[in-house]
Design a protein around this ligand. Structure first.
Ligand SMILES: Nc1ncnc2c1ncn2[C@@H]1O[C@H](COP(=O)(O)OP(=O)(O)OP(=O)(O)O)[C@@H](O)[C@H]1O
Ligand SMILES: [Mg+2]
Length: 233
């Protein structure tokens, strides 16, 4: 099964506004898929439907060859918009709440803290973390259940250049570990450096989807799609 996730004519209507309009995505297993689009394009809304946070108005989602069902969330890890943190708990404690909830062994906590390089925050509470640290903890939470599919909504938000480079390396390492990544971004260079496949969305419409070839002029593609579909938000 080469395709891990497929959406067909996915739509989300918010009080008459088509935030997502007939979006059909094809995500190949063990790849990094970059979902690009300007502010208000419908990226987060699309990702929220894939992770069961929002119910599609119409259209369908297939995961691993079958119609998406809530139980598939055991195979999906996600960080969408701001990480859901308990501000008065430490990084370890934030993860402990989740391992308990998910019935996972506690040694997974140290593993994910190590992966996101957040092992030395000790007693510091998440509310006192910098933006980048919060983002890393959010990614650690998304990784806890060893997901087959990792969904990251603008994961470099708030990260410094070193953090961005580290995260890029980290994301690039996932396909070899059997983790497929969908990440959204409005930063062209980020997607250019990280993705194998790219989808470009504007005004709720997926205007382009293809393998990202070396030396491709992503800026031109992006501008073309935006000109065709972008509506003022
Ligand atoms: N809960 C909601 N109720 C009403 N409208 C919404 C809701 N969530 C999103 N929208 C609208 O849907 C459109 C798409 O929003 P979405 O958050 O998916 O964009 P985005 O591509 O993630 O943008 P950004 O890059 O700014 O995060 C916007 O016009 C937004 O105002
Ligand atoms: Mg968004």
């Amino acid at each position: 099964m080469k395709t891990i996730l497929k959406t067909t004519d996915l739509c989300k209507n918010f009080k008459g506004q088509m935030a997502v309009n007939n979006v059909s995505l094809n995500i190949q297993r063990n790849s990094v898929y970059g979902l690009l689009g300007p502010n208000g394009a419908g990226k987060s809304t699309t990702l929220k439907m894939i992770t069961g946070i929002l119910r599609p108005t119409s259209g369908s989602i297939e995961f691993d060859g079958h119609p998406w069902q809530r139980g598939d969330l055991t195979q999906i890890g996600a960080l969408i918009e701001t990480p859901p943190l308990y501000e008065n708990l430490t990084a370890y404690e934030n993860l402990k709440v989740r391992t308990t909830m998910l019935g996972l062994p506690d040694n997974r906590i140290d593993e994910v803290l190590h992966i996101v390089r957040l092992t030395d925050t000790g007693k510091k509470r998440a509310g006192q973390f910098s933006l980048g640290m919060k983002q890393r903890l959010g990614i650690a939470i998304a990784l806890l259940n060893n997901p087959q599919l990792l969904i990251l909504d603008e994961p470099t938000n708030g990260l410094d250049p070193v953090g961005i480079e580290e995260l890029r390396e980290l994301i690039r390492s996932f396909p070899a570990k059997g983790i497929t990544v969908i990440l959204s971004s409005h930063i062209l260079s980020e997607v250019q450096q990280i993705a194998d496949h790219v989808g470009i969305i504007a005004g709720g419409v997926l205007g382009y989807e293809n393998e990202l070839r070396n030396g491709e002029n992503l800026e031109q593609l992006f501008m073309d799609v935006v000109k065709r579909h972008h509506k003022e938000v």
